[in-house]
Write a new protein. Structure first.
Length: 174
């Protein structure tokens, strides 16, 4: 599927996570979209909070409750069945996900990681109440708005209700 290719785009963490972790939600579409904007030379913006979300999701996906979402070959090659008992398994998996994230970022000609600022959090609280968004989603939106970036790429449908946003909804076909 082809998506719009903006000159400047804010990437919600779902896109970044999907492009980094094979088997995660909307990973194929996220990878394709990131490749598309990288080839077009789009400038990419994302919030620093995405790193924390990535680490959290990587941990969750490797844990017993969610591991089945990952492809079998990944589970086997990383020894994720030993996640609970082997620190080296956890370390290898988390370091690989982080390294893959850095590799993804290096694909883009220009990328800006935006630090979390107090004013973003204050605006996020208003966005949470107005649009009924979760805290991390509201923080991403507050960050993009403060930077005056209208093109916002995400996998999450809850952003469809947001006004004055050029939403790029990136999802795998189901």
């Amino acid at each position: 599927m082809s998506y719009p290719t903006p000159a400047n785009v804010y990437l919600d963490s779902g896109i970044l996570i999907g492009a980094v972790v094979a088997g995660s939600r909307h990973s194929s579409a996220s990878s394709d979209f990131c490749e598309q904007i990288a080839l077009a030379g789009s400038t990419v913006f994302f919030s620093q909070i995405a790193r924390y979300e990535l680490a959290h999701l990587a941990w969750c996906l490797a844990s017993p409750a969610d591991r089945r979402q990952l492809p079998t070959d990944i589970i086997q090659s990383y020894g994720l069945d030993y996640w609970e008992s082997n620190m080296l398994v956890r370390q290898r998996w988390l370091n690989t996900v982080n390294q893959d994230f850095e590799t993804l970022l290096s694909m883009f000609q220009e990328v800006y990681e935006i630090p979390i600022r107090e004013r973003y959090w204050a605006n996020a609280l208003n966005i949470m109440s107005y649009y009924n968004l979760r805290s991390y989603d509201a923080l991403h939106l507050a960050t993009a708005r403060d930077l005056r970036i209208r093109d916002f790429a995400t996998c999450d449908r809850q952003f469809e209700s947001v006004d004055n946003l050029d939403l790029i909804l990136v999802r795998d076909q189901t």
